[in-house]
Design a binder for this molecule. Structure first.
Ligand code: FES
Length: 95
């Protein structure tokens, strides 16, 4: 189950947003955001499970820890901190 929230500052001017789909649910994204920023802003902190079954999530935000691995339709398994959101992107978390 994905939480419904938005942790972004509400007092900033932004370009019009768009939706991406995460495990079948719509999530709001904005141009220029990385996928990890969009997911964390939506309150999603667990992106999958490690080899021993513990929840894992983003740690470094710069491509070093691999905690942010997700499946993106058309791209395969990618590091969410290195991919920018695009309209209609479909993401699958392995939770
Ligand atoms: S957050 Fe560490 S690789 Fe993406």
């Amino acid at each position: 189950m994905l939480p419904e929230m938005d942790r972004r500052r509400s007092d900033m001017d932004r370009a019009p947003g768009f939706e991406i789909e995460v495990n079948g649910r719509p999530i709001r994204a904005f141009p220029g955001e990385t996928l990890v920023a969009t997911l964390v802003a939506a309150g999603i902190l667990a992106f999958g499970r490690g080899p021993r079954g513990a929840l894992r999530g983003p740690c470094c935000g710069m491509g070093a820890c691999f905690g942010c691995l997700v499946n993106v339709e058309g791209l395969g398994r990618v590091q969410a901190c290195l991919v920018r959101c695009r309209p209609h992107m479909k993401v699958r978390l392995e939770i």
